[in-house]
Write a protein that binds this ligand. Structure first.
Ligand code: EPZ
Length: 417
């Protein structure tokens, strides 16, 4: 097991370059198999989720060539086999192979993980979409088989603007006969990134990024070259870190509009942000106002950023509140922040952060990806040493996080224990 040892309290200066988006690449990699030719994806982040998906590709006899930050994927010799849980349990986003293999072969059998620590995370909306397209779904002990004689375009209304369901239905519909409309679709930038890949391959998708997406089915998809967008959650995490303990910390290679909900909240707090075309420069302040945050689907405040934001709110003069509306269990970082000296109360889906409080380093545990990110920020802010175990969670979603932080003056070390 890996542990991160952080000696906190050092102001961070210099530049952190943001990598390709985890929540985009985990969909782009399965989507690539819909092409019968070579697909090149660049700006691919070197994170364990990328590796786990490439293992599934290789299990399905897809040819994968890796370069420094790109993948060349060729599925011309691909075999449609049942994907066992040893592969799919590593990340929930393996469920995108469901839409991709259904779309390509009209049949898919794969094991799917149940919920995870932040919530039940059912896939009922994904399956509702597949059935609407004409597929039959069977589930034997979480081994799902989804198959159809023919996939026919149709109108699908999503009860909730689910990111995963929107993308998975898009993957299943691109080669269907006729036109599919997804209403109440999710509008996250990652969805636009996936739709752009598919259109570059020859698909006919319009409206990605809005709540209504039209997919006109085509016969086949060809080769293309595509780029992963910058990771808005990684970017937001480091901007928050800069507001906590930065000294002209520059976060580069970002799309500022993708984190507008965060930056406007930080400015409301009294953080000064120098926002450029593709960067943000931020320094720590010492007189922050408390704020209220409610997580929403995009373009609202991202649920993935409420956990990293929490340690920063311990610096505010007064009571801040966070309301989590997307997941049912996304406050597991809070007991550890309180052990470090924070004063945070949780009631149902709301946390109240009373500040200002000083954080002191101690031993803590990363319970999930973004909780882990929150503990890294707290450790860098705290006086003394913080030891975070279970950091495998963090390495899933933050490329080269140790190197990036050391490059801007942090004192931390990744250890095997
Ligand atoms: C994506 O998850 C992201 N993961 C999540 O990021 C992110 O928090 C989430 O979108 C919301 O922005 C990836 O893209 C790999 P949803 P996803 O379907 O697609 C419920 C991170 O930290 N729901 O929009 O699973 C679900 O239970 C991760 O990077 C159903 O009820 O999110 C949840 O409460 C965490 N039925 C809510 O919708 C369904 O069929 C949001 O889910 C699907 C979802």
């Amino acid at each position: 097991m890996k542990m991160l040892e952080i000696k906190g309290g050092k102001p961070l200066s210099g530049t952190i370059r943001i990598s390709g988006a985890k929540n985009s690449v985990v969909a782009l990699i399965p989507a690539a198999v819909l092409s019968s030719e070579e697909v090149t994806i660049c700006n691919v982040p070197n994170i364990t989720d990328t590796e786990a998906l490439c293992e599934i590709l290789e299990f399905l006899n897809v040819d994968v060539k890796r370069a420094t930050e790109s993948l060349v994927i060729n599925s011309s010799n691909m075999q449609n086999k049942e994907i066992p849980s040893m592969y799919t349990k590593k990340l929930r986003a393996s469920y995108y192979f469901m839409g991709a293999l259904l779309g390509k072969y009209k049949k898919v059998t794969m094991a799917l993980p149940g919920g995870c620590s932040i919530g039940a995370r059912p896939i009922n909306l994904h399956l509702k979409g597949f059935e609407a397209l004409g597929a039959k779904v069977t589930n034997n002990d979480n081994i799902y088989t989804v198959e159809a004689k023919e996939l026919k375009g149709t109108n699908i209304y999503l009860d909730f603007a689910s990111v995963g369901a929107t993308i998975n239905i898009m993957l299943a519909a691109v080669l269907a006969k006729g036109t599919t409309i997804i209403d109440n679709a999710a509008k996250e930038p990652e969805i636009v990134n996936v739709a752009t890949l598919l259109n570059n391959m020859g698909a006919k998708i319009r409206g990605a990024g809005t709540s209504s997406i039209e997919i006109v089915g085509v016969e086949k998809l060809g080769k293309c070259f595509h780029e992963v967008i910058p990771d808005r959650i990684e970017a937001g995490t480091y901007v928050i870190l800069g507001a906590a303990i930065g000294n002209n910390l520059k976060i580069s290679n970002i799309i500022p509009e993708h984190i507008e909900a965060l930056t406007s909240k930080l400015e409301e707090m009294g953080v000064f942000l120098d926002i450029g075309a593709d960067y943000i420069i931020v320094s720590s302040g010492n007189n922050y106002n408390p704020i209220n945050v409610k997580t929403q689907t995009y373009p609202g405040f991202a649920t993935d950023l409420q956990q990293p934001l929490t340690p920063l709110l311990t610096m505010c003069n007064g009571k801040s509140k966070i309301e989590e509306t997307i997941y049912e269990n996304r406050f597991m970082h809070i007991p550890y922040l309180n052990q470090m000296g924070a004063d945070i109360r949780v009631k149902n889906q709301n946390s109240t952060i009373i500040g200002p409080t000083k954080l002191i380093g101690t031993d803590v545990v990363a319970t999930d990806l973004r909780a882990g990110a929150a503990l890294v920020i707290a450790g860098l802010m705290a006086k003394g040493t913080t030891k975070i175990t279970n950091v495998e969670h963090i390495l899933r979603g933050y490329e080269n996080i140790v190197e990036k932080l050391i490059d801007v003056g942090a004192s931390l070390e990744l250890k095997e224990i």
